[in-house]
Design a protein around this ligand. Sequence first.
Ligand SMILES: *Cc1c(COP(=O)(O)O)cnc(C)c1O
Ligand code: SF4
Length: 431
Amino acid sequence: MTTRHPFYKSVADSDWNDWRWQMRHRVTDPDELQRILELDDLARERVRAVLGRFRMAVTPYYLSLIDPRDPRDPVSLQAIPRPAELEVQQADLADPLAEDRDAPCRELEHVLTHRYPDRVLLLATGECTMYCRHCTRRRIVGRRERATSPALLTRALEYLKEHEEVRDVLISGGDPLTLSDSALENLLSAVHAIPHVEIIRIGTRAPVVCPQRVTPQLVDMLGRFQPLYVNTHFNHPAEVTDESRAACALLADAGFPLGNQSVLLRGVNDDPHIMKALVHDLLKMRVRPYYVYQCDLSEGIEHFRTSVGKGIEMVEFLRGHTSGLAVPTFVVDAPGGGGKIPVMPQYLISRTHNKVLLRNFEGVITTYSEPANAAVDSDLDSAHWCPPHKRSDIGLARLCAGDELSLTPSEHRSTRRASPSSGERDPSKDN
Ligand SMILES: *Cc1c(COP(=O)(O)O)cnc(C)c1O
Ligand code: SF4
């Protein structure tokens, strides 16, 4: 078991292992933090200054993972405010992913984001177990320290019922596991009852920052809403403990596929060897590394940002070098609401009319000959398996389908002049 911080040594095991106790005893006050971590007054005041803008809350469990002798401790960097958070940089944005713009209506801002054709993000609460210093949603999270109101949830559910294209609902927040079992159960039953919703996903950091939250009772309740996927957020091998292993084991044994979404953070995990140790630990816990995110442009987190190149380098060190299952997809969530864009090293080096030239992880260059009949579609009848209402032939998929010649930005001069009907040749594009 994790060694408790000496400050908590007299706490009864029954309290320590109770998630409600952990939640109630989260450290939110700089004076208390000073006592526990033995900070000097200057360090305490630096924390206090940040709290005027962004919240702090750290569970005693997560605080115990901090090595007080290490000024660059990866847990501390994620949990304890630093003055750099107050520096708003030129590139920073309050809502970098334009999640509010992609809400179906004004009222559902901060509740529902419908950006992709067939799935939505539902923010069940603004509360988190621990306020990550690097949170991308810090404009909401910790500001609205409560669950989304029943009235708004009802609105969101109405929207989901009306939108038959939504087959995947991602419940996140904040952290939905800050809700009581019964509140979460009510929400899940309502979503699960919508006939066209095929799968539900829960995004939670509880297994990392408060593994005590994952109780047999919770897991039993969640079991009624299969197929249910659980995604968590480990960033560093130091977060993998007996307790977090036990939490993941409970979830995996109950049959929930587990995934992990990390954020690439300068000074925390921007080293391919640390990432490799992390993804191996995750697989041992039956957690599949799903995404690694490039750090977003949220306010006051520039000190956490790495170059995009760092993420590509991480993939270079993983792909081929270790189990394919261990390799997450590295994504840049496009500022302005463009969604997740996967980025990876170049493996396709060149191509001719009948050959592609590829390189592997060792630098071996190889050729693959295309089949002679490549130009002819195999002409499958897919309508039975994927009826028209389930299709999303938009964007580049539409170009691939051959219905359109080009994708043109709306402010392009050809579009401004007259919008040529699709497929027609526009002479203005010839130069
Ligand atoms: C990440 C995200 C999803 C889910 O994306 P997947 O690639 O399917 O995991 C859905 N909606 C929004 C707004 C998101 O940010
Ligand atoms: S758990 Fe997620 S939503 Fe909550 S503070 Fe951390 S990154 Fe933000």
